[in-house]
Design a protein around this ligand. Structure first.
Ligand code: ZN
Length: 244
């Protein structure tokens, strides 16, 4: 059984890398952001709590996140292991996690702030069907227009320079102490998040002593659009995880 944690700033392609690893190794991908989104969409009690918090302009609290993760992990449907994304978020949770689970590795996707800015500010969202675009890597065929439904592409409200600067500062403040705890246990592999998705995945596997990604696995999973091209063209996930 393999148990991994994946950490990375938004725009680092964390969700894509986690899904690629999970699909190939039969791991359960536990993404805190996805669990929250599902609960909001399905109008659960938890969803209402998350919605209220976000409507007030606050971040979902660490306690709530911890409860969700504990619940999810006690389902024990992860026969071959899991990769967790969006947790732990503070030092206490990191300690709890280390005590409760035998972790095999922490994947840290490293992306300089300047690249985060470039990637995040290039994100667009279809105002009709909600599909994500990135003007750098997955631009639409007709500028400003959704390939699928033809609606106008818009920027997310919180994808501004100012809001991003705040998020980046918060991210580093929260993440650095967590990374420090994992580093003391020598669990952390730091991987450059700037190359294409497949190249990053191979590097992760090499560093974790895992078998290389099977050829064509990327395209089959449908997680990336251009990253799988044979000529090594740099690419980014077409559908970036809003929470990653
Ligand atoms: Zn659309």
């Amino acid at each position: 059984m393999r148990k991994y944690v994946i950490m990375g700033v938004q725009g680092s392609g964390k969700g894509t890398q986690a899904r690629m690893l999970a699909a190939d190794l039969d791991l359960v991908h536990i993404a805190v952001g996805d669990i929250f989104r599902w609960n909001v969409q399905h109008h659960t009690k938890l969803g209402a709590q998350v919605r209220r918090t976000m409507a007030a302009g606050l971040l979902v609290g660490d306690e709530l996140v911890e409860g969700v993760v504990r619940d999810r992990l006690t389902q024990h449907d992860w026969n071959y292991g899991f990769i967790i994304d969006g947790f732990p978020r503070n030092e206490r949770q990191a300690e709890f996690f280390l005590e409760s689970y035998d972790i095999d590795g922490v994947i840290h996707l490293d992306l300089p702030d300047s690249d985060v800015r470039r990637r995040v500010l290039a994100r667009r969202l279809c105002s009709g069907c909600g599909v994500d675009y990135n003007l750098i890597a997955s631009s639409p065929r007709v500028p400003g227009q959704c390939d699928a439904c033809g609606s106008a592409l818009v920027r997310r409200e919180d994808d501004t320079e100012e809001a991003l600067a705040v998020r980046l500062r918060e991210y580093h403040e929260k993440t650095n102490p967590v990374l420090a705890i994992f580093r003391r246990k020598e669990y952390v592999v730091t991987v450059d998040a700037r190359p294409g998705a497949e190249e990053i995945q191979q590097e992760i596997r090499k560093r974790l002593n895992l078998p290389p990604l099977r050829r064509g696995a990327v395209a089959q999973n449908g997680v990336t659009r251009r990253a799988a091209s044979a000529d090594g063209t740099r690419g980014e996930p077409a559908h970036q995880d809003a929470a990653s």
